[in-house]
Design a protein around this ligand. Structure first.
Ligand SMILES: Cc1cc2nc3c(=O)[nH]c(=O)nc-3n(C[C@H](O)[C@H](O)[C@H](O)COP(=O)(O)OP(=O)(O)OC[C@H]3O[C@@H](n4cnc5c(N)ncnc54)[C@H](O)[C@@H]3O)c2cc1C
Length: 369
């Protein structure tokens, strides 16, 4: 049988990683189509679990270790009117809990791997799926917003507009030690993610009106907030501030014939738990296994149950994890009636070893227990 042809559309983290992973399989030829490169950079960082880091490591020939900053400890704080309660600390001694990388740098690394693996890259804006009819499998990694989905998917998605904005940016500092942490503040959750010796990134999810009312002085506001929660007077420097609207969208249909949706298009979730790309990586791993199975048997992917198998194996975890993240967000949202009870709950969580163990397993491996 001649090579089966797979076309991946989109050069975000999902498209690039899918192209690299599938190009390792024999019996298929991978093509990547992406819009013309622009000068707008993705100045975010992404936190991935230890298991997902190992998956990336297995698929990239020369992984720049320095690009992935390891973390052995994660601290969680809940803000009350009197104090920030440190209610849960997750730590590991002999392994790492997670790794943080700069999106731009890892995208460049993946693009190098793509040229090394001789994947054909075409720069164009795909407008019509009929352009891709000669492929055995088409994988759309075109983000959460594309209109292309309207003609493809008939079932309605689960949707929610949080009316929140995630403010992101980099902070240069001189702290000797700084752990990865998340502060559930009254304005919204603020994550601190060290990604090198003197830099950490932050993700602060706030109400849209709060962001709009403060947009002109956002850098100062973020700086003061970070110094306040770190109880510090150090001279930190903020750069690369960007903002992202936050929504929840879960597809109830993953594919149409031989066209599959992957990445943010399949599940867009709140960034509070840093799980979005972690889910995508688990999707890619499963997709690789399924495609390998059919290709090794000499079965044409186009006429197989491959995409049904993918849907059946990934939908339960994607749905439960995404709704779990939504529930976490709702729990910590400010509510003057429930906040006194939350304070009691979080104070009782601290020494719960079972919860710690469970949280570590879920964030590392998802629901593949
Ligand atoms: C603030 C924030 C923080 C986050 N933090 C984390 C974290 O810590 N951990 C984690 O696991 N996840 C995190 N995520 C989620 C993570 O960023 C995404 O899952 C990840 O970037 C994958 O995105 P994507 O590639 O699916 O989509 P996108 O990044 O949106 O990429 C889509 C690509 O498709 C291209 N495209 C679109 N239409 C077309 C077309 N018609 N033709 C050709 N190309 C097209 C676009 O140009 C773009 O390059 C975070 C998300 C946000 C918003």
């Amino acid at each position: 049988m001649s090579n089966q042809r797979v076309c991946i559309v989109g050069d975000g983290l999902s498209g690039l990683m899918t192209a690299v992973v599938l190009s390792k399989l024999s019996g298929i030829e991978v093509n990547l189509i992406a819009k013309k490169a622009t000068k707008t950079f993705d100045k975010r960082t992404t936190a991935i679990s230890d298991t997902n880091f190992k998956f990336i490591n297995q698929n990239i020939t020369s992984l720049g270790r320095k690009l992935f900053w390891p973390s052995k400890k994660i601290e969680l704080f809940y803000q009350t009117s009197k104090e920030n309660i440190n209610f849960l600390n997750l730590d590991e001694v002999n392994s790492n809990l997670m790794y943080v990388f700069e999106n731009d740098k890892v995208k460049s690394l993946l693009l190098k791997e793509i040229s090394k693996n001789k994947i054909k890259l075409t720069r164009k804006d795909v407008k019509n799926l009929a352009e891709l009819k000669n492929y055995d499998l088409v994988i759309l990694c075109i983000g959460g917003q594309s209109k292309i989905y309207n003609n493809l998917i008939k079932k309605r998605s689960i949707k929610k507009d949080y009316k929140e904005i995630a403010i992101t940016g980099y902070v240069r500092h001189n702290y000797k030690t700084l752990n990865t942490s998340q502060f559930f503040l009254k304005e919204g959750p603020l994550a601190i993610l060290p990604f090198s010796k003197n830099y950490f990134s932050f993700v602060w999810s706030v109400k849209k009106y709060f962001f709009e009312n403060n947009s002109k002085k956002i850098t100062t506001l973020v700086k003061n907030k970070i110094l306040e929660i770190l109880e510090s007077k150090q001279n930190i420097k903020i750069s690369n501030i960007q903002s992202y609207p936050i929504s929840l969208r879960l597809r109830r249909q993953y594919h149409q014939k031989n066209i599959l949706i992957l990445g943010e298009g399949l599940h867009t979730i709140h960034p509070v738990a840093g799980q979005g790309f972690n889910l995508v990586l688990r999707d890619i791993k499963k997709l690789k296994e399924i495609i390998k199975y059919y290709v090794d048997l000499g079965i044409s992917i186009k006429n197989s149950y491959a995409l049904n198998d993918f849907y059946n194996s990934r939908k339960p975890e994607n749905t439960i994890m995404s709704l779990g993240v939504d529930a976490t967000h709702s729990f910590f949202k400010q509510n003057k009636y429930l906040d006194p009870f939350k304070e009691i709950i979080v104070k009782n969580i601290k020494n719960n070893e079972t919860l710690k163990k469970f949280s570590k397993i879920i964030s590392n491996r998802g629901l593949s227990l």
